[in-house]
Ligand binder design. Sequence first.
Ligand code: BGC
Length: 375
Amino acid sequence: MALQSIVAIPGNQQPQLVEPISPAPVSAGEVICETVYLGVCGTDREILHAATPHVPHGEGQLVLGHECLARVIEVGDGVSEVQPGDLVVPAVRRPITDLRTEGIDEFKMNRRPDMMPWGAYVERGIVWEHGFSLPRWIDRPEFLYHVPESIKEVAILSEPISVSEKAVREAEQTQAARLGASEWHDNPPRVLVTGMGPIAFAAVICCRARGWDVTVYGRDNDDTFRAGLVREFDATFVNADSLDFTPQSVEEDGFELILECTGNDQVMMQAAGLLAGCGVMVWLGASRLPKIREFDVNQIMRNAILGNHLYLGTVNNAPQDMQSAIDHLGCLNARYGMTIGKMITERVDPADSLWHYTNREPQGIKTIVCYAGLT
Ligand code: BGC
Protein backbone atom coordinates (compact mmCIF):
# COMPACT_ATOMS: atom_id res chain seq x y z
CA MET A 1 0.00 0.00 0.00
CA ALA A 2 1.26 3.51 -0.80
CA LEU A 3 2.58 5.41 2.22
CA GLN A 4 0.01 7.70 3.75
CA SER A 5 0.07 10.78 5.99
CA ILE A 6 -1.26 10.76 9.53
CA VAL A 7 -3.39 13.84 10.19
CA ALA A 8 -5.28 15.52 13.02
CA ILE A 9 -8.63 17.11 12.12
CA PRO A 10 -10.41 19.76 14.23
CA GLY A 11 -13.28 18.28 16.24
CA ASN A 12 -12.00 14.72 15.86
CA GLN A 13 -9.95 12.89 18.50
CA GLN A 14 -9.02 10.09 16.11
CA PRO A 15 -6.03 10.39 13.75
CA GLN A 16 -6.77 9.73 10.07
CA LEU A 17 -4.73 8.34 7.21
CA VAL A 18 -4.86 10.49 4.06
CA GLU A 19 -3.13 10.65 0.70
CA PRO A 20 0.11 12.58 1.20
CA ILE A 21 0.77 15.98 -0.31
CA SER A 22 3.54 15.72 -2.92
CA PRO A 23 6.36 18.23 -2.67
CA ALA A 24 6.73 20.86 -5.40
CA PRO A 25 9.89 20.62 -7.53
CA VAL A 26 12.91 21.74 -5.55
CA SER A 27 13.86 25.43 -5.88
CA ALA A 28 17.18 27.15 -5.28
CA GLY A 29 18.20 27.00 -1.63
CA GLU A 30 15.81 24.12 -0.83
CA VAL A 31 16.17 20.44 -0.05
CA ILE A 32 13.84 17.48 -0.66
CA CYS A 33 13.91 14.87 2.12
CA GLU A 34 12.27 11.51 2.53
CA THR A 35 11.04 10.49 5.96
CA VAL A 36 12.78 7.36 7.19
CA TYR A 37 11.32 7.15 10.70
CA LEU A 38 8.81 9.18 12.69
CA GLY A 39 8.56 9.14 16.46
CA VAL A 40 5.13 9.11 18.11
CA CYS A 41 5.13 11.45 21.09
CA GLY A 42 2.92 12.55 23.97
CA THR A 43 2.41 15.88 22.19
CA ASP A 44 0.85 14.08 19.20
CA ARG A 45 -1.53 12.29 21.57
CA GLU A 46 -2.41 15.55 23.31
CA ILE A 47 -3.06 17.35 20.01
CA LEU A 48 -5.51 14.60 19.10
CA HIS A 49 -7.07 14.38 22.54
CA ALA A 50 -7.72 18.15 22.62
CA ALA A 51 -9.28 17.92 19.10
CA THR A 52 -8.21 21.51 18.36
CA PRO A 53 -5.08 21.06 16.23
CA HIS A 54 -3.34 24.25 15.10
CA VAL A 55 -3.88 23.63 11.38
CA PRO A 56 -1.96 25.66 8.79
CA HIS A 57 -3.75 28.86 7.75
CA GLY A 58 -6.73 28.12 5.48
CA GLU A 59 -6.43 24.33 5.78
CA GLY A 60 -8.66 21.74 7.42
CA GLN A 61 -6.08 19.36 8.87
CA LEU A 62 -2.61 19.16 10.39
CA VAL A 63 -0.15 16.58 9.12
CA LEU A 64 1.36 15.14 12.32
CA GLY A 65 4.94 14.08 13.00
CA HIS A 66 7.61 16.31 14.50
CA GLU A 67 10.22 13.75 15.58
CA CYS A 68 11.81 12.64 12.35
CA LEU A 69 14.84 10.96 10.87
CA ALA A 70 15.07 11.72 7.15
CA ARG A 71 17.31 11.19 4.15
CA VAL A 72 18.19 13.98 1.73
CA ILE A 73 16.94 13.06 -1.75
CA GLU A 74 17.64 16.17 -3.81
CA VAL A 75 19.15 19.60 -3.24
CA GLY A 76 18.42 22.84 -5.09
CA ASP A 77 20.96 25.25 -6.53
CA GLY A 78 23.21 26.86 -3.99
CA VAL A 79 22.77 24.22 -1.28
CA SER A 80 26.13 23.02 -0.01
CA GLU A 81 25.39 22.14 3.65
CA VAL A 82 23.84 18.75 2.84
CA GLN A 83 23.90 16.39 -0.10
CA PRO A 84 21.73 13.58 -1.45
CA GLY A 85 22.07 10.48 0.73
CA ASP A 86 22.78 12.38 3.97
CA LEU A 87 20.78 11.46 7.05
CA VAL A 88 19.27 14.46 8.82
CA VAL A 89 17.01 15.40 11.70
CA PRO A 90 14.80 18.46 11.09
CA ALA A 91 14.23 21.27 13.59
CA VAL A 92 10.67 21.43 14.91
CA ARG A 93 10.33 25.14 15.70
CA ARG A 94 11.02 27.88 13.17
CA PRO A 95 10.45 31.64 13.27
CA ILE A 96 7.61 33.13 11.22
CA THR A 97 9.06 35.67 8.89
CA ASP A 98 5.95 37.12 7.28
CA LEU A 99 3.20 39.60 8.14
CA ARG A 100 1.45 37.16 10.49
CA THR A 101 3.71 38.41 13.29
CA GLU A 102 2.56 42.02 13.08
CA GLY A 103 1.98 43.35 16.56
CA ILE A 104 4.60 41.20 18.30
CA ASP A 105 7.45 43.21 19.85
CA GLU A 106 10.36 43.33 17.47
CA PHE A 107 12.91 42.51 20.15
CA LYS A 108 11.02 39.31 21.02
CA MET A 109 11.08 38.39 17.33
CA ASN A 110 14.86 38.54 17.41
CA ARG A 111 15.13 35.89 20.07
CA ARG A 112 16.19 32.32 19.46
CA PRO A 113 13.06 30.45 18.22
CA ASP A 114 12.75 28.34 21.39
CA MET A 115 12.50 31.58 23.41
CA MET A 116 9.98 33.33 21.16
CA PRO A 117 6.46 34.16 22.28
CA TRP A 118 3.38 32.39 20.97
CA GLY A 119 2.49 33.75 17.56
CA ALA A 120 6.08 34.32 16.46
CA TYR A 121 6.91 30.77 15.46
CA VAL A 122 5.56 27.65 13.80
CA GLU A 123 6.32 24.10 14.90
CA ARG A 124 6.23 21.49 12.19
CA GLY A 125 3.57 18.93 12.99
CA ILE A 126 2.39 20.90 16.05
CA VAL A 127 1.73 24.58 15.39
CA TRP A 128 0.47 25.94 12.04
CA GLU A 129 2.76 23.97 9.75
CA HIS A 130 2.56 20.38 8.54
CA GLY A 131 4.82 17.80 10.04
CA PHE A 132 6.79 14.95 8.57
CA SER A 133 4.35 12.03 8.25
CA LEU A 134 4.90 12.36 4.54
CA PRO A 135 7.03 10.22 2.25
CA ARG A 136 8.71 13.38 0.89
CA TRP A 137 8.82 17.02 1.90
CA ILE A 138 10.70 20.26 1.30
CA ASP A 139 12.88 22.09 3.76
CA ARG A 140 15.74 24.53 3.98
CA PRO A 141 19.22 23.38 4.98
CA GLU A 142 19.43 25.69 8.01
CA PHE A 143 16.71 23.59 9.66
CA LEU A 144 18.42 20.24 9.08
CA TYR A 145 20.97 18.63 11.42
CA HIS A 146 23.38 16.15 9.95
CA VAL A 147 23.37 12.70 11.55
CA PRO A 148 26.41 10.41 11.38
CA GLU A 149 25.69 6.92 9.98
CA SER A 150 27.11 5.39 13.19
CA ILE A 151 24.03 6.45 15.17
CA LYS A 152 21.41 5.97 12.45
CA GLU A 153 19.56 3.24 14.41
CA VAL A 154 18.84 5.58 17.36
CA ALA A 155 18.98 9.04 15.73
CA ILE A 156 15.17 9.23 15.68
CA LEU A 157 15.53 9.93 19.42
CA SER A 158 17.56 13.12 18.76
CA GLU A 159 14.62 15.53 19.02
CA PRO A 160 13.23 14.31 22.36
CA ILE A 161 16.79 14.11 23.69
CA SER A 162 17.39 17.71 22.56
CA VAL A 163 14.39 18.83 24.64
CA SER A 164 16.01 17.30 27.73
CA GLU A 165 19.39 18.69 26.68
CA LYS A 166 17.93 22.18 26.82
CA ALA A 167 16.55 21.57 30.30
CA VAL A 168 19.89 20.33 31.59
CA ARG A 169 21.90 23.04 29.84
CA GLU A 170 19.65 25.80 31.16
CA ALA A 171 19.99 24.40 34.67
CA GLU A 172 23.78 24.21 34.24
CA GLN A 173 24.05 27.75 32.90
CA THR A 174 21.76 29.23 35.50
CA GLN A 175 23.60 27.50 38.30
CA ALA A 176 26.95 28.59 36.87
CA ALA A 177 25.67 32.18 36.91
CA ARG A 178 24.43 31.88 40.51
CA LEU A 179 27.08 29.65 42.07
CA GLY A 180 30.11 29.96 39.82
CA ALA A 181 31.16 27.82 36.89
CA SER A 182 33.14 25.35 38.99
CA GLU A 183 30.29 24.37 41.35
CA TRP A 184 28.62 21.63 39.30
CA HIS A 185 31.85 20.89 37.48
CA ASP A 186 33.80 20.07 40.67
CA ASN A 187 30.82 18.79 42.60
CA PRO A 188 28.39 17.15 40.15
CA PRO A 189 24.73 17.51 41.06
CA ARG A 190 22.78 14.55 42.35
CA VAL A 191 19.91 14.20 39.90
CA LEU A 192 16.35 12.98 40.32
CA VAL A 193 14.33 12.31 37.17
CA THR A 194 10.61 11.86 37.77
CA GLY A 195 8.85 9.75 35.15
CA MET A 196 9.57 6.80 32.88
CA GLY A 197 8.46 8.06 29.48
CA PRO A 198 10.66 9.08 26.54
CA ILE A 199 11.54 12.52 27.93
CA ALA A 200 12.52 11.00 31.27
CA PHE A 201 14.80 8.46 29.57
CA ALA A 202 16.13 11.28 27.38
CA ALA A 203 16.93 13.19 30.58
CA VAL A 204 18.79 10.15 31.92
CA ILE A 205 20.85 10.08 28.72
CA CYS A 206 21.74 13.79 29.02
CA CYS A 207 22.86 13.38 32.64
CA ARG A 208 24.76 10.14 32.08
CA ALA A 209 26.55 11.82 29.14
CA ARG A 210 27.79 14.36 31.72
CA GLY A 211 28.84 11.57 34.09
CA TRP A 212 26.25 12.52 36.73
CA ASP A 213 24.58 10.09 39.13
CA VAL A 214 20.89 9.73 38.39
CA THR A 215 17.93 8.40 40.35
CA VAL A 216 14.71 7.74 38.44
CA TYR A 217 11.37 7.80 40.22
CA GLY A 218 8.38 6.02 38.70
CA ARG A 219 5.31 3.97 39.39
CA ASP A 220 6.74 0.74 37.97
CA ASN A 221 7.67 -2.20 40.13
CA ASP A 222 11.34 -3.06 40.44
CA ASP A 223 11.11 -5.97 38.03
CA THR A 224 9.61 -4.24 34.97
CA PHE A 225 11.33 -3.75 31.62
CA ARG A 226 11.58 0.03 32.16
CA ALA A 227 13.02 -0.27 35.67
CA GLY A 228 15.60 -2.67 34.22
CA LEU A 229 16.40 -0.17 31.48
CA VAL A 230 17.04 2.53 34.09
CA ARG A 231 19.61 0.22 35.70
CA GLU A 232 21.19 -0.54 32.31
CA PHE A 233 22.03 3.18 32.17
CA ASP A 234 23.84 2.73 35.52
CA ALA A 235 21.14 4.83 37.16
CA THR A 236 19.12 3.95 40.26
CA PHE A 237 15.42 3.16 40.04
CA VAL A 238 13.13 3.89 42.97
CA ASN A 239 9.49 3.06 42.79
CA ALA A 240 6.70 5.27 44.05
CA ASP A 241 6.31 3.43 47.35
CA SER A 242 9.95 3.45 48.34
CA LEU A 243 11.01 7.06 47.77
CA ASP A 244 10.91 9.06 50.99
CA PHE A 245 9.65 12.50 50.00
CA THR A 246 10.23 13.95 53.44
CA PRO A 247 13.70 12.77 54.42
CA GLN A 248 15.24 13.67 57.76
CA SER A 249 17.91 15.68 56.02
CA VAL A 250 17.25 17.02 52.56
CA GLU A 251 20.87 18.16 52.31
CA GLU A 252 22.07 14.57 52.80
CA ASP A 253 19.36 12.72 50.93
CA GLY A 254 18.09 15.32 48.48
CA PHE A 255 19.00 16.37 44.95
CA GLU A 256 20.66 19.43 43.42
CA LEU A 257 18.83 18.88 40.13
CA ILE A 258 15.33 17.52 39.68
CA LEU A 259 14.09 16.96 36.13
CA GLU A 260 10.30 16.73 36.40
CA CYS A 261 9.10 14.72 33.42
CA THR A 262 5.68 13.44 34.52
CA GLY A 263 3.71 16.68 34.12
CA ASN A 264 1.85 15.55 37.23
CA ASP A 265 1.35 18.37 39.72
CA GLN A 266 1.23 16.00 42.68
CA VAL A 267 4.55 14.38 41.79
CA MET A 268 6.04 17.83 41.26
CA MET A 269 4.86 18.99 44.68
CA GLN A 270 6.27 15.91 46.37
CA ALA A 271 9.57 16.09 44.51
CA ALA A 272 9.94 19.73 45.59
CA GLY A 273 10.45 18.43 49.11
CA LEU A 274 13.65 16.74 47.92
CA LEU A 275 15.32 19.83 46.50
CA ALA A 276 18.61 20.47 48.31
CA GLY A 277 19.80 24.01 49.08
CA CYS A 278 20.40 26.07 45.94
CA GLY A 279 18.86 23.23 43.95
CA VAL A 280 17.01 23.63 40.70
CA MET A 281 13.92 21.83 39.45
CA VAL A 282 13.21 21.92 35.74
CA TRP A 283 9.71 21.21 34.45
CA LEU A 284 9.71 19.33 31.18
CA GLY A 285 6.32 17.67 31.22
CA ALA A 286 2.98 19.44 30.99
CA SER A 287 -0.56 18.64 30.08
CA ARG A 288 -2.27 20.54 27.29
CA LEU A 289 -5.55 20.30 29.20
CA PRO A 290 -4.49 20.76 32.84
CA LYS A 291 -6.89 19.78 35.60
CA ILE A 292 -7.57 22.52 38.13
CA ARG A 293 -6.60 21.34 41.62
CA GLU A 294 -5.87 22.92 44.94
CA PHE A 295 -2.59 22.41 46.72
CA ASP A 296 -1.06 23.98 49.76
CA VAL A 297 2.05 25.55 48.27
CA ASN A 298 3.04 27.59 51.32
CA GLN A 299 5.72 25.14 52.45
CA ILE A 300 7.22 24.94 48.98
CA MET A 301 7.36 28.73 48.74
CA ARG A 302 8.98 29.02 52.14
CA ASN A 303 11.55 26.31 51.34
CA ALA A 304 12.24 27.91 47.97
CA ILE A 305 12.95 31.26 49.56
CA LEU A 306 15.07 29.98 52.42
CA GLY A 307 16.84 27.44 50.22
CA ASN A 308 17.45 29.63 47.16
CA HIS A 309 15.58 27.09 45.06
CA LEU A 310 14.99 27.68 41.41
CA TYR A 311 12.01 26.42 39.40
CA LEU A 312 12.52 26.56 35.67
CA GLY A 313 10.22 25.74 32.77
CA THR A 314 11.78 24.82 29.45
CA VAL A 315 10.33 24.00 26.04
CA ASN A 316 11.73 22.98 22.68
CA ASN A 317 15.48 23.35 22.10
CA ALA A 318 18.22 25.67 20.93
CA PRO A 319 20.31 24.63 17.92
CA GLN A 320 23.15 23.74 20.31
CA ASP A 321 20.82 21.34 22.16
CA MET A 322 19.98 19.44 18.99
CA GLN A 323 23.68 19.23 18.22
CA SER A 324 24.44 18.03 21.78
CA ALA A 325 21.75 15.36 21.46
CA ILE A 326 23.36 14.05 18.26
CA ASP A 327 26.88 14.31 19.75
CA HIS A 328 25.88 12.58 22.99
CA LEU A 329 24.24 9.73 21.07
CA GLY A 330 27.62 9.35 19.34
CA CYS A 331 29.67 9.47 22.59
CA LEU A 332 27.40 7.04 24.42
CA ASN A 333 27.10 4.63 21.51
CA ALA A 334 29.86 2.26 22.63
CA ARG A 335 28.70 2.02 26.24
CA TYR A 336 24.94 2.41 26.03
CA GLY A 337 24.07 2.05 22.30
CA MET A 338 22.15 -1.20 22.85
CA THR A 339 20.35 0.23 25.87
CA ILE A 340 19.37 3.40 23.98
CA GLY A 341 18.08 1.20 21.13
CA LYS A 342 15.78 -0.58 23.59
CA MET A 343 13.94 2.71 24.17
CA ILE A 344 12.37 2.07 20.75
CA THR A 345 9.77 -0.37 21.97
CA GLU A 346 7.60 -0.64 18.84
CA ARG A 347 8.06 -0.24 15.07
CA VAL A 348 4.98 0.06 12.88
CA ASP A 349 4.07 0.99 9.32
CA PRO A 350 1.98 4.17 8.81
CA ALA A 351 -1.10 2.04 8.05
CA ASP A 352 -0.78 0.28 11.43
CA SER A 353 0.25 3.34 13.43
CA LEU A 354 -3.09 4.92 14.37
CA TRP A 355 -3.62 2.96 17.60
CA HIS A 356 -0.31 4.33 18.90
CA TYR A 357 -1.49 7.92 18.47
CA THR A 358 -4.27 7.41 20.98
CA ASN A 359 -2.86 4.69 23.24
CA ARG A 360 0.36 3.56 24.88
CA GLU A 361 1.61 0.10 25.71
CA PRO A 362 2.04 -0.10 29.51
CA GLN A 363 5.80 -0.68 29.21
CA GLY A 364 6.20 1.15 25.90
CA ILE A 365 8.65 4.03 25.63
CA LYS A 366 8.94 5.15 21.99
CA THR A 367 6.93 3.88 19.03
CA ILE A 368 8.40 4.68 15.66
CA VAL A 369 6.58 4.74 12.35
CA CYS A 370 8.69 3.37 9.50
CA TYR A 371 8.36 5.20 6.19
CA ALA A 372 11.52 4.14 4.39
CA GLY A 373 14.30 1.64 5.00
CA LEU A 374 17.63 2.52 6.60
CA THR A 375 20.00 1.18 3.96
C1 BGC B 1 8.39 18.93 21.03
C2 BGC B 1 9.00 20.31 21.10
C3 BGC B 1 7.90 21.35 21.09
C4 BGC B 1 6.93 21.08 22.22
C5 BGC B 1 5.79 22.09 22.33
C6 BGC B 1 7.37 18.75 22.12
O1 BGC B 1 6.74 17.50 21.97
O2 BGC B 1 9.37 17.92 21.13
O3 BGC B 1 9.89 20.50 20.02
O4 BGC B 1 8.46 22.63 21.23
O5 BGC B 1 6.39 19.77 22.07
O6 BGC B 1 4.97 22.13 21.21
